[in-house]
Design a protein around this ligand. Structure first.
Ligand SMILES: Cc1ncc(COP(=O)(O)O)c(C=O)c1O
Length: 385
């Protein structure tokens, strides 16, 4: 996180999501290093971060984009270019003809969906689309059920027992997504399970996509170990083209959400801070994961201090998080910076309650702030009818 100077912060409207190009470069340098040292192509998962104004910067390092729907596929093709890997848990028949022109790779979640669309994909003449199946590696370190794709009776991915000894005709690759903010040791265990459960099928494949959840840009991630694990896997399966499609890791700690204190309401033991941003509408992972985001300049409160509870702008009773302490008492009009708010925020926001949607901007490498988008009543209204 950079300590932005006050002049830049004053130029930013509130509320606003702000990407910092310089911080994105720091992450890209890590992916560059991994791709140089290990036989792997790293792509951006649009579901985690889709601020397309940053795609020219991302494109310099990342080898393509992965999309989970027709609209993401179209955005990837229009704004990212290069390879577009599409995987959806279930395709709508009506979308397939529109997805095909955008996709380089198309991955199915079930054998049934592959059989349903196989003829259509094969008949697509402008280009050959490489087809994959999502597999269930039956291992995930993720403790929160909401984020665990390998939970019992999961609807995500084909199990080894469903596949048996033979690969359905026309399948070139596997996608395995089972991690979330995970380390290199979870990647290693994933590989062990893939080889154990699907090893007999790997010789028939052209590519293997290790999905997302590889948090290589988090401090402490053992990059050398990940490189070692990937190289060793490649040595055992040299014919396989290896891919990863992280989302979080790409936008990890690359920007913030700026908000403003609208009101302060003292309550028993704490002071409620009413903000112009909402956890449920703008930072939903804080409530879903759940986790308490860092606020610039705030600390864990201790006895004797005011315990500030951050309250979102919606009327949802649980739209709050806390508690935080500040060196100086907060005042109405103070601006607060919620750190690390680039991944799974803009892609997930809602206009619940008609709350104002944060603007979107970038602090460029030259230090200037560029505002990309402000939202209006027309955006809210158009979504409703
Ligand atoms: C299939 C697939 N690929 C990639 C990702 C990106 O994961 P992450 O943002 O944790 O890196 C996800 C996230 O849900 C996913 O479902």
């Amino acid at each position: 996180m950079t300590q932005n100077n006050d002049k830049i912060l004053a130029a930013i409207p509130s509320p606003c999501f702000v990407l910092e190009e310089q911080l994105l470069d720091r992450n890209l340098a890590i992916f560059e290093r991994v791709q140089k040292a290990a036989p792997i192509n790293i792509m951006l998962a649009l579901k985690g971060f889709s601020l397309f104004h940053s795609f020219p910067q991302l494109r310099q390092t990342l080898k393509g984009a992965s999309a989970s729907s027709l609209w993401e596929a179209r955005l990837a093709a229009e704004e990212f270019g290069s390879e577009v890997h599409v995987y959806s848990p279930a395709y709508r028949e009506i979308d397939i003809p529109e997805i095909l022109p955008h996709a380089s790779h198309l991955t199915f979640n079930s054998i049934g969906q592959w059989q349903q669309f196989q003829a259509q994909v094969a008949a697509y003449k402008p280009k050959k689309i490489s087809v994959g199946l999502r597999i269930n590696p039956e291992y995930s370190p993720v403790k929160t059920a909401l984020y665990n794709p390998c939970q019992p009776s999961t609807r995500l991915g084909v199990s080894a027992s469903q596949l048996g000894d033979t690969l359905p005709a026309g399948i070139d690759g596997f996608l395995s997504h089972n991690l979330c903010e995970s380390d290199s040791f979870a990647l290693e265990k994933t590989i062990i399970n893939i080889e154990k459960l699907f090893g007999h099928l790997l010789p028939q494949l052209k590519w293997l996509n290790f999905g997302g959840g590889h948090l290589m840009t988090r401090q402490g991630y053992d990059i050398d170990h990940a490189i070692e694990v990937l190289k060793a896997f490649h040595d055992r399966h040299p014919h396989l083209h290896l891919i990863m499609e992280p989302g979080s890791a790409i936008a990890w700690e690359t920007g913030f959400l700026l908000g403003t204190v609208l009101d302060l309401i003292p309550a028993k033991d704490i002071t409620n801070v009413m903000l112009d941003v909402s956890f449920t509408a703008h930072m939903p992972d804080c409530l879903e994961m759940p986790y308490k985001p860092a606020i610039r300049g705030a600390h864990e409160p201790t006895e004797g201090e005011i315990f500030y509870r951050m309250g979102g702008s919606s009327c949802l009773a649980g739209d709050f998080l806390g508690d935080y302490g500040f060196d100086q008492p907060l005042k109405i009009g103070d601006r607060l910076i919620f750190e690390d708010m680039m991944h799974y925020t803009m892609v997930k926001t809602s206009m619940f309650n008609g709350v104002v949607h944060p603007s979107i901007g970038t602090i460029k490498k030259d230090g200037e702030f560029q505002l990309w988008r402000e939202f209006s009543y027309a955006d809210y209204r158009s979504k409703l009818g």
